[in-house]
Design a protein around this ligand. Structure first.
Ligand code: NGO
Length: 525
């Protein structure tokens, strides 16, 4: 009896909390994370219960002269114009703040120490977004977008009112690197697909996109000094389609598009294994001097560059030189995973040499966790996907670790046994599994100070188009983004799922074909 009553009161409490969270998602008053629907959850939110209302007269003012500042303001205006139908002119002012408008300012004295941090003060009178850098403002702009009703994301004019809750948000990321990886080798995705993916991740304040540009099935980036790589090596894909590749101009277009959203592109050339496309394009890269056939299956671990040949390093040097020259970001990813066809001594020789080449072109190495079995160059980063022991070897060499544990962060893993696309060799990953982990405690011995951040890879053996990409990515991606941005002690699955539920409307408005997990109480309007 006592037992039942206790259960009842616990249920009542849970229902109460859920209702409060749902109601307060839409309107204040109050403070605390459950009172806002922002993903990733900001570090601190306090709401006053009041609102700022947009009107046809609302303009976006920038305080200061920086070009980047105007760029961010222009981006915000572009995002808000279609649905509101308001002109939202971008103008410059000195220091005067008038009612009815949005103000963006760079402030060296901003209370926020991080480059990506920002402060958003919203009152009945106006909206003031301040940050130390334009990058911080750009992250804050995503918060403004998410505070507006979901229909703000539609491309046709909608009925208002357009109002956002008043209060103060102070925010900054937990980890400096928060990203995704897209495998464009197993299946090729065109420039527009990549741009759309960039837009989607920027909405969740991610700042890195790693492109897996080469693998056994296809070489996807034009290298002018080795043209057969794309002409022949890029001509097919898994299942035998026509494949494709980015010209250097197209790659630069992606880099520029990403840069305008403060997203770093990290190019990966996977080596010495996963190189069949290159080995098919140039016979001399094989130890036996014989070109391999193109490969359209999905096996791994059968190909290797010839670590003992001189021409191999000429090849690697040319590829890294050309690609590093097109890449303004600090990182170059050398792959290094599953080199089962490479003798270990050759693997060590190869990875150590290639790290030097990357360094000579001014870039920092990232490699899959296996590279930690070699001597890491100062600054090299190991990307933990499979073996905790390798991640520990990296930390033992004073290297940082990027967290992409396959059992939690692989977006190509199926949600459950009924998922149409994807694999499940590592795990089935439901939305709660993708959210419910903390990089700083996942591997004993690797604390936050050793972690560069989190990245969610999407391997494309089984996904062939943007719809399928979106189905695997959403709704798990916002959770990974929150792991990277929000301090662990401010994250809680039961509260998060309520916030995520409200993002269903946003996914729909953005035309995202997402997996409607039963674990999330979706609110579809
Ligand atoms: C592994 C493998 C990839 C596969 C992927 C599929 C890594 C780093 N290497 O992850 O070649 O595509 O699994 O989930």
């Amino acid at each position: 009896m006592l037992h039942t009553r206790k259960n009842l009161s616990i249920s009542a409490l849970i229902v109460g909390i859920m209702i409060l969270a749902m109601v307060s998602c839409k309107k204040g008053p109050g403070s605390g994370l459950s009172k806002s629907c922002i993903i990733p959850a900001p570090v601190s939110v306090s709401l006053t219960g009041d609102f700022f209302r947009f009107s046809p007269k609302t303009d976006i003012f920038v305080i200061g002269e920086s070009v980047e500042l105007k760029q961010v303001a222009g981006y915000l205006a572009e995002k808000l114009r279609p649905a509101t139908g308001f002109p939202l002119a971008v103008k410059q002012v000195d220091n005067t703040v008038n009612p009815g408008h949005i103000y963006l300012a760079l402030s060296g004295s901003s209370a926020n120490p991080s480059n990506e941090g920002y402060e958003l003060v919203i009152s009945r009178k106006n909206v003031q977004l301040t940050a130390k850098t334009a990058e911080g403002l750009f992250r804050g702009v995503q918060t403004i977008r998410q505070l507006l009703p979901a229909k703000i994301e539609l491309s046709e004019v909608q009925e208002g009112p357009w109002k956002i809750p008043a209060g103060t948000i102070t925010d900054q990321p937990e980890y400096p690197y928060r990203g995704v990886m897209l495998d464009v080798s197993r299946h090729f995705f065109n420039v527009n697909d990549v741009k759309r993916y960039i837009d989607l991740i920027s909405y969740y304040k991610m700042n890195a996109m790693h492109l897996h540009l080469s693998d056994d099935q296809g070489w996807r980036i034009e290298i002018k000094s080795w043209p057969e790589l794309t002409i022949h090596g890029g001509s097919t894909q898994v299942g035998g389609g026509t494949g494709g590749f980015y010209t250097q101009e197209q790659y630069s277009e992606i880099v520029k598009y990403a840069k305008e959203r403060w997203i770093t592109i990290i190019p990966e050339i996977d080596m010495p294994g996963h190189t069949n496309a290159a080995l098919a394009s140039y016979a001399e890269l094989n130890c036996d001097g014989k070109a391999r056939n193109l490969y359209t299956g999905t096996n791994v671990g059968f190909s290797t560059l010839c670590a003992k040949k001189k021409v191999t390093y000429k090849f690697v040097d040319d590829v890294i030189r050309e690609l590093a020259g097109l890449t303004p970001g600090p990182y170059f990813h050398i792959g290094g995973d599953e080199s089962h066809a490479t003798k270990h001594e050759d693997y060590v020789l190869f990875v150590e040499k290639v790290q030097d080449i990357v360094k000579s072109y001014g870039k920092t190495v990232i490699g899959w966790d296996e590279i930690a079995t070699t001597k890491l160059a100062a600054g090299s980063v190991a990307q933990y996907w499979d073996r905790a022991n390798n991640a520990l070897l990296a930390v033992g060499q004073d290297a940082k670790v990027l967290f992409s544990p396959a059992k939690k962060a692989y977006l190509d893993m199926q949600y459950d046994s009924t998922t149409k696309y994807g694999l499940h060799w590592a795990a089935y990953i439901e939305v709660d599994d993708a959210y419910n982990w903390n990089p700083a405690v996942l591997v004993p011995g690797i604390g936050k100070d050793k972690i560069l951040g989190v990245e969610a890879p999407l391997w494309s053996e089984t996904v062939t188009n943007m719809d399928e990409i979106e189905y695997m990515v959403f709704p798990r991606l916002p959770g990974i983004a929150e792991i990277g941005w929000t301090p662990a002690d401010k994250r809680d699955w039961n509260e998060y799922r309520e916030r995520l539920a409200r993002h269903g409307e946003r996914f729909a408005a953005m035309g995202i074909d997402f997996y409607p997990s039963k674990l999330v109480p979706w609110i579809n309007k």
